[in-house]
Design a protein around this ligand. Sequence first.
Ligand SMILES: Cc1cc2nc3c(=O)[nH]c(=O)nc-3n(C[C@H](O)[C@H](O)[C@H](O)COP(=O)(O)OP(=O)(O)OC[C@H]3O[C@@H](n4cnc5c(N)ncnc54)[C@H](O)[C@@H]3O)c2cc1C
Length: 385
Amino acid sequence: MDFQLSPEQQLLQETVRQFARKQLTEAAAEWDRKGELPDDSLVEKCMELGLLGMCLPEQYGGAGQDLLSAVLCIEQLAAVSPLAAAPVFESNVGPVRIVEQFGSEEQKEKWLPQVTAGKLQISIGMSEPEAGSALTDLRSRAELCDGGYRLNGRKVFCTGGGHSGAYMVFARFGEVKGARGIGGILVEKGTPGFSFGKQERFMGLRGFPSCDLVFEDCVVPAENLIVPPGGFASLMQCFDIERCGNATMALGIASGALEFAVEYAKGRSTFGKAICERQAIQMMVADMATRVDAARLLVYRAAVNASSGIPAINETSMAKVFANETAKAVTDSAMEILGGYGYSAEYPVERMLRDSRGWPIAGGTLQIQKIIIASMAFGRRFDQR
Ligand SMILES: Cc1cc2nc3c(=O)[nH]c(=O)nc-3n(C[C@H](O)[C@H](O)[C@H](O)COP(=O)(O)OP(=O)(O)OC[C@H]3O[C@@H](n4cnc5c(N)ncnc54)[C@H](O)[C@@H]3O)c2cc1C
């Protein structure tokens, strides 16, 4: 077992770190303040650095790199802001991977090059008003019709909603109940019968578009069916790539907050001494640093073991839970270390704290991940019904 990154991985990590710290730090505060998406220059810069679709196969314009490479980049970008990491996240661990893993050759040739060229973002529409954790309760329905499938239903909390050009929509095909009737179909923005709800106002992650997707007799071409009904298990298995990305976003936020708090503690003096000289602060920083490193090891293990494929469900769920909880705890401690300035919007820590709260909910809640981990520990499935 080797815990060292290769020279190439270290170079990649350092390049992205410098790019994020030097070119995106100020912008990150602005995106949050205005609640605005970064302009197209971020995607262009990610393309220049070879980060867009770096995990997708070379034949579709990707770089055929492994999951760890994307994780290293997402971590460094998310340390500045999850919005900074969004293009790398979406094009490497997002729903585009469902197309890459399960799409036909024609489907891959149609969709993947658009993603690697920075011309298309694909979002995911799974959650519904009555089906979040209980996803197999979803009611959106796709019925075979002339010209393809007629889609009706409503999706909630779709990240990228309104902005992305295509949506991987989980729907029920035919009358089959439960997981067996669920498949995944790609719906393009602009398809008649497809509209968006109002934009969400979240506590954090401001600037990430998020809204409902509304389908009213929306006819989707049959060739957009990526995962036929019966493929729900495959869809969820593939979603572990995204969960690994989610854990990396949380890891990045935690490491960014730790770094900021350490620098602050070196520069802030009380009673004539820098606060880093105080044991109370040192103990807090020691706990923060240990948690961040432990989260990093879990996330890297899931990514390394996945290589270029899908990470293992238990490794991903453990990484997600631990990194999500670490981000919450570490941003909280960072806020304490900054005193009143931690609570001020002039400093990035309050934004990091707000941003840290979204990741434990997105991609399956902590409780749902813990049910998965417990199932593995007991060696049996616990039916939630
Ligand atoms: C920032 C953000 C981004 C998101 N992006 C997307 C997206 O792009 N696409 C998408 O489809 N969805 C997205 N979601 C939705 C997200 O996946 C759901 O919110 C999540 O799965 C939880 O569903 P829910 O909100 O309906 O909560 P519920 O399922 O109603 O759960 C409520 C509470 O009950 C707990 N709970 C539920 N069932 C059990 C159980 N059996 N045992 C123990 N506890 C249980 C949950 O853990 C939670 O604490 C996003 C959400 C957020 C906050």
